[in-house]
Design a protein around this ligand. Structure first.
Ligand code: EPZ
Length: 429
């Protein structure tokens, strides 16, 4: 069990290139399982080249799933090479399924490629019950026969998958992705109404289109997919993963916690349009230009207007925890309303131990700013909660030890190295 040791109170300053998106690379890697490889000749290897991939544990878990299916996964650093030609297995062992939430979208890809798959319920951060009912009902509507026996899921598509109209009761990101993957090579047209609009959905659609998929409407609430015979990645191409908007918000929050200034490069500021106004309400100076975001925090943070988490393009639930950290020492009170997950205030215990005044009950958390926070010892409760505790510790008075860093490393590439490069006193224990 890893730990991070932080001696807080150091002002951050510098420039940082933003990592690729965890929530974009995972569905794209699942989509790779849909692709037929080359014809085996030297000139047509069917190899898929993904660039700007974050070096995070979830990416390597997705790589292990692909390898267990028979794909060849290589590459180093921010480049991932996948050869799907020899995929011949459609059973994902439970230890791999349980390692992250995103494993569930291999269901749509494997059904699309092989017509069957065996898996169990996915893992992922404990943010409350994380059902997959919308995934299962949508795939059943497309013709999949799915038996769910006490968590073990057997899927077959005896007559193949057929396109149909699917209206989601909630714009679920994962369910939208699963349907897109299953529909990409299904017979006929699939229309997803009330689809998720996140940038990660558009990234997946871009990848599928590059492979010959026929998809339109992504980014809006209505996605139309016309099934094609097969998907093949043009091996002379490279596909770049979009920047990680949640990691971007995390580094902006770190500066808002410590004071200082940061130039974040290789971002897409459009993806942060719901988040940047909150930093401006805090009194931070924020400017976006091209693919960079500049933030400067001079004085004590001010409170923000009520923050309600919504589906994209609203305020992201994934940024709720990290944005709460700087507001713990604001000169007033900020109210949070968490509308997406039932149990997403698990970071508040540690923040309160640091001296924060937070009253969380149900969907609502009331954060009354205090003068300063103090170092503590805490376990990261989940990925974004752990990042929030890191941000708070950076601005706190004294030393903090944060355990269960494996949660944080699931989604953040070299978080301690990045923060050290900005002047933070942070080391891995
Ligand atoms: C994705 O999770 C992200 N994960 C999450 O990011 C993110 O918080 C979430 O979308 C919302 O934006 C990845 O992309 C890997 P949902 P996902 O399906 O797909 C309910 C992070 O920190 N629901 O949009 O699991 C569900 O319980 C992670 O990077 C059903 O009821 O989210 C939740 O309340 C955390 N039935 C809501 O919908 C279903 O079949 C949103 O879930 C599916 C979902």
């Amino acid at each position: 069990m890893g730990k991070l040791i932080i001696n807080g109170g150091k002002r951050l300053q510098g420039e940082l290139s933003l990592q690729g998106s965890k929530n974009a690379v995972l569905p794209v890697m699942a989509a790779a399982a849909l692709c037929t490889g080359g014809n085996g000749s030297a000139s047509s290897t069917g190899k898929i080249t993904l660039t700007n991939c974050p070096v995070i544990s979830d990416r390597f878990c997705a790589g292990r799933i692909l390898s267990s299916l028979g794909a060849r996964v290589t590459g180093s650093g921010n480049t991932c090479l996948i050869d799907p030609t020899y995929i011949d297995n459609s059973v994902i062992e439970s230890s791999l399924m349980r390692s992250m939430r995103s494993s569930v979208i291999f269901m749509g890809a494997l059904l699309g490629r092989t017509g069957h798959c065996t898996l169990c319920y996915p893992g992922g951060c404990d943010l409350g019950p994380r059902p997959i009912d919308m995934h299962l009902s949508s795939l059943r509507k497309m013709g999949a026969v799915i038996e769910d026996e006490h968590g073990k899921i057997e899927c077959t598509a005896p007559k193949g998958l057929s396109g149909c109209r699917i209206s989601l009761s909630f714009p679920s990101v994962g369910a939208t992705e699963n349907i897109m993957l299953a529909a990409a090579t299904a017979q006929g047209e699939t229309i997803i109404s009330n689809a998720a609009r996140e940038p990660e959905i558009c990234c997946l659609a871009d990848f599928l289109r590059l492979c010959g998929g026929r998809i339109s409407g992504d980014g809006g609430g209505r996605i139309v997919i016309s099934g094609v015979e097969k998907l093949t990645f043009p091996e002379e191409e490279e596909f770049s993963i979009i920047p990680d908007r949640i990691a971007a918000t995390t580094y902006l929050s770190a500066v808002a916690c410590t004071g200082g200034e940061l130039l974040l490069t290789d971002c897409n500021p459009v993806h942060l349009e719901a988040v940047i106004p909150v930093f401006e309400q805090m009194g931070c100076y924020v400017r976006c230009f091209g693919s960079s975001i500049y933030i400067h925090r001079r004085e004590r943070v001010k409170p923000a207007e009520t923050i309600r988490t919504m589906v994209y393009p609203g305020f992201p639930t994934d940024t709720q925890a990290v944005v709460m950290s700087p507001l713990c020492t604001a000169s007033g009170t900020t109210v949070f309303v968490e509308n997406i997950f039932e149990n997403r205030y698990r970071h508040t215990d540690a923040l309160c131990r640091m001296g924060a005044d937070i009253r969380a009950e149900g969907k609502v958390a009331v954060v009354t700013g205090v003068k300063e926070l103090y170092g503590t010892t805490a376990d990261a409760p989940d990925l974004r909660g752990g990042a929030a505790i890191v941000c708070a510790a950076l601005g706190a008075n004294g030393t903090s030890e944060i355990y269960r860093t494996e949660y944080i490393d699931r989604g953040y590439e070299d978080i301690d190295g990045n923060l050290r490069s900005l002047g933070a006193d942070i080391t891995r224990g």
